[in-house]
Structure formats: structure tokens, C-alpha cells
Design a protein. Sequence first.
Length: 295
Amino acid sequence: TTEMANQEEAEIQISELDLLSSMFPYEEEFAVTDQVALAELKHYVENESAEVPSSKVQFILNVKTEVPNASTVEFSMSCALPFKYPTVLPEITVRSSLLSRSQQILLNSDLKTYLMQNFSGEPCMLSAREWVKDHAAAYIDKDLSSSSMTASDATQSEVTTFTRLWIYSHHIYNKQKRKNIIDWAKELSLSGFCMPGKPGVVCVEGLQSSCEEFWSRVRRLTWKRILIRHREDVSLEGGGHAEIQKQRKFPTLEEKCFDAHGARGNHMDLGQLYHFLEEKGCADIFQMYFGVEGH
């Protein structure tokens, strides 16, 4: 069952973190930066909580390594363990003040390739650290200006994805949830709308990572039923602020109440929702939500 798999993954994460802290007892070598997430994970494993932890355990591993001219260089690995780790790879970003931006991009993508090829489904933090210790220094001297391949790699990583999520919920009445939806969207610079009532409809649009963060928070609230009904992704070259603004169909995120009818005053007028979507150029979404042609 997924419950068992989750428990097992969580246990592997904890034993790996214990191993790291016994191997690297000093704060400057290994430090957990999100103690709350670690406590949640332990709580989950000790079975006191069926609640899946809400955030990834994050930590820093610092690696000192000698470079040929005998000086020591320090690399810092910022790591996060996704809840499904080790079934999925850890998220690692290696940094050093001596790396240029393109050297850093190349180093991180090579590390990721190494982990993908060698450790699918196994704990690999120590191996990742070893790899950085053995290979990272070589990237400092890489002259990437001449190599056209890396230049295109560097720009590749600059592609931004604009996402629009259409979320469907059995109902949205709760005032606190409605407030969360609006506050989180603001915090994450997302626009769109939220239609409370039954059914509940939420649309958010903006940077892909922000939409995903929004969904992961909303999904963790208690719902009778909630799902992403439809998702749109657009790759933006360059992906500056102006590009993103151009993609938006909604100026801000607001709550839309379409005159309700029905005894409890919470059934929204779907005809009005349809016209609202039509105005915004999203009429086709109506059918995805309600399986009928709007009119």
C-alpha cells in the first residue's frame, strides 16, 4: 500500500539522516535547516501521525576538498529530501563562491545525471557527497566561455514555465479555507479566481513552481474531494516578468460569487460562471468541469 511505502521511505530518510549526523557531528559539516520538517517526519514514522509531513527535510552538507595547487575549497550542498525519496532523487544544489554561474549549472546537472544513472530508488546522499568531494573542484577551472554546448545548456535552464491550474472541489464553504486560498495566491504572486459554494472552483495562474507550491498547500487541507481538473503549461523563453504578465487571463486573484440560489444560498449560478469564463477566453474549461456545453 502507499501508506506502507511512505512509512518505509520515511524510515529510510531518518536512518540516512542519523548516519549523516553521526559521520559529520559538526554543525559546519552537516546541519538540518528545517527542524520542524524533521520532527514531523519522525512523528510520522513513530506512527503517532497518519498526517503525511507537510514539508521536505532540508539540510546543508559542506564539503572541503583540495585543489591541485594545494589550497582548500569549500562546496556547500543544499539538500532537500522529497517525501518519496529514495524512490525519487534528492534535490541538491551545489554552490561555491569560486564557481561561475555556468560552471555551477554544469556541475549540478552532471551530479544529477550521475545520481540518475546509478541510484534509482536507493539512498544516495553519501554517494552524492563523495562525488562532489572528488569532482567538484575540477569545475572551477572549466573555461566554459568557448564551449557553445554549455552556453546553450545555461540558457536552457532559464526557460520559465507559466502554469494555469483548474482545481475542482466538491464544495468550498469554510471561511478559513477561502482566506487561505486568497492569501497564499497573493503570497505566491498567482492570479485567477475562487468560486466558493458547491461545487467549488479555483483557478490559479503564474509561475509553475508557485502553482505547484499553492496546490501542495491547498491539497493538505481537509476536503471531501479535491482534484486538478485541468492544467495548462506554457514554456516562456527568457521568462521575464513581462512575459508572465502577458500570459495571465486574470489580473488578480479574487473570490467570485455568482448570485446563488437554492435553499442554503450556496449553489452558484453556473450560467454566470460560464459567461465569466467566456469573457476571459476560457469557455472550453466549463465543459471540462461540468461535462456539458455551456450556453
